[in-house]
Ligand binder design. Structure first.
Ligand SMILES: Nc1nc2c(c(=O)[nH]1)N[C@H]1C(S)=C(S)[C@@H](COP(=O)(O)O)O[C@H]1N2
Ligand SMILES: [Mo]
Length: 507
């Protein structure tokens, strides 16, 4: 009976060893990270991949995968990891040192990614602890597995299979322990906060603010349907009890406010339509919520703004930054530091416990979530996350409108068809919405009763539809008399333009 495995079997065994030791190492690193409150290796590597991805690729990914873009990225990271680990193990069948070097390199990559991650609340010792765990389990585990695989089997000894199994189970057990620790450590509660009633409630919704038309966007977007856009691979879980907002920079009296401090103040409630610069013509990256919070200007006044400042740089727990004109944060549009959304504390996805909401500016320059700092500064002295990636530093929301119904390629019956949608020109207001069919005369649509100039406005028009294929187009006019342009502009660098149209067929 032969005592050595075939070369093929030993190569496969070595590849499996690479996978097993690597997986256990990753899980150990993940478990430690979660226990110590730092970003784990997988998300940290993913975050670096997001940072390094060129803008066109990012836009293509958002376009192709939509809100699954982050899942696709994580799947990519994990697939690459599996291939790398198997390859490292495979090499280890013959070249043990090279394999251990490869594994060390992978741990090093994770370590650098973790060190560069801005959300490392637990600090350097915690990151180093997690890295050490990965080294021990990943590199140590691989060394152990490879040596049991290669141990020569002397005649008469028990089957080598037994020692291989023992080593494999040992490494697997460490991995399972890491995974279990990760699960059990959980995340800081992100709902503990209880929101007092606002001292100033929102104006009641006016009668006739919207129309009873199937498929027309409701005036207030339910939180569960509210769009979400951010660069975070993993929604930051912020512990509200220990969270502080700092107001720093060109101020007379820097402030440090806990969430409890903020909640002690009289809160106001406002309906505001938030809009993303990435919203394509006809897109749905906008929504209206009832926000509860404090006017940013009151806090800035308390801190005492110094001469020469023209911007506020906002910073998130996840390292995201944005720059907002100081003027916009201090005028009477009343930008908010929001703690609540639609009557409840902000959900984690929308910035718990604290975010900005600024009427009239695209979210990327004005709506920082998981907010930790407002630095009063000058545009000349800083850049922010998206301006570093080619987007404009100043980005007022562009006048726009959308057809919600009928949907694209709808099959309709001849006769009266209700065409309806929304139009927006935050802080200016919508004056008029017109619709035309097959490039005919523009027809005035009926407008919903205006809520305020900070929210979108519903419109509808009854179309006497005749058989055939038809193209409907919409355009809005704002209260300053500006007519929405037909010129098609892309979302970069400061928002799309053009008329939304929809093609339908009438039988
Ligand atoms: N921390 C952080 N805040 C952020 C972002 C982000 O990536 N990170 N994205 C901004 C963008 S581009 C928009 S449009 C709004 C979206 O807010 P929502 O996800 O609550 O709809 O949040 C803004 N705030
Ligand atoms: Mo955005």
């Amino acid at each position: 009976m032969t005592t050595t495995l075939s070369p093929r079997a030993s190569r496969l065994g070595a590849a499996a060893s690479g996978l097993l030791a690597g997986a256990a190492g990753v899980l150990a690193g993940e478990g430690f990270s979660r226990l110590l409150g730092v970003t784990g290796p997988v998300v940290a590597v993913g975050n670096r991949a997001v940072d390094l991805t060129p803008r066109p690729v990012k836009e293509w990914a958002i376009d192709t995968f939509g809100s699954s873009d982050k899942l696709v990225l994580l799947a990519g990271v994990l697939t690459t990891l599996v291939v790398a680990l198997a390859a490292i193990g495979w090499v280890g069948a013959r070249h043990r040192t090279a394999a251990l070097g490869g594994m060390t390199l992978l741990v090093g990559l994770a370590a650098v990614s973790m060190l560069l991650d801005p959300a490392q609340g637990g600090g350097l010792p915690a990151v180093l602890g997690a890295v050490l765990a990965m080294l021990l389990v990943g590199v140590g585990g691989l060394a152990w597995l490879l040596s049991t695989l290669r141990a020569p089997r002397a005649e008469g000894e028990g089957p080598r299979r037994r020692s291989v199994l023992a080593a494999a189970s040992g490494v697997a057990a460490v991995g399972v322990a890491g995974g279990t620790a990760r699960t059990l450590a959980g995340q800081p509660a992100s709902s503990g906060l209880s929101l007092p009633d606002p001292a100033q409630t929102a104006e009641p919704l006016p009668d006739g603010v919207s129309f009873d038309v199937d498929g027309l966007t409701p005036h207030v977007t339910p939180t569960a349907d509210f769009y979400r856009v951010d660069t975070a691979l993993e929604v930051p879980r912020v512990d509200a009890e220990n969270h502080v907002l700092r107001i720093t920079g060109m101020v007379d009296r820097p402030l440090e406010l806990t969430v409890a401090d903020l909640l002690d103040r009289p809160l106001v409630e406002r309906r505001i339509t938030l809009t993303c610069v990435s919203n394509e013509v006809g897109g749905d990256l906008l929504g209206t919520a009832t926000w509860i919070g404090l006017p940013v200007r009151e806090l800035l006044e308390e801190a005492g703004i110094q001469q020469g400042a023209d911007a506020v740089r906002s910073v998130s727990t996840d390292g995201y930054t944005a720059g907002t004109p100081l003027e916009v944060l201090t005028d009477d549009r009343e930008a908010l530091l929001a703690l609540g959304m639609n009557g409840a504390p902000l959900p984690p996805e929308h910035g718990y416990p604290l975010r900005m909401v600024t009427p009239g500016l695209y979210g990327y320059v004005s709506a920082t979530k998981w907010l930790t700092e407002l630095e009063v500064t000058r545009f000349a002295d800083f850049t922010a996350y998206w301006t570093d990636r080619g987007y404009a530093a100043k980005a007022p929301i562009k006048l726009s409108s959308r057809i919600d119904v009928p949907g694209s390629f709808a099959q309709l019956e001849a006769g009266d068809v209700t065409v309806a949608g929304v139009a927006w020109a935050q802080t200016v207001g919508i004056e008029r919405v017109e619709v035309r069919v097959d490039e005919g005369e523009w027809q005035d649509a009926e407008l919903g009763v205006e809520d305020s100039d900070q929210t979108w406005r519903a419109w509808r028009w009854v179309w006497p539809a005749e058989p055939g294929s038809h193209r409907l187009e919409v355009r809005a006019t704002d209260r300053a008399g500006k007519v929405q342009t037909s010129r098609r502009e892309p979302i970069a660098p400061d928002g799309s333009t053009g008329w939304h149209n929809t093609t339908v067929s009438v039988a």
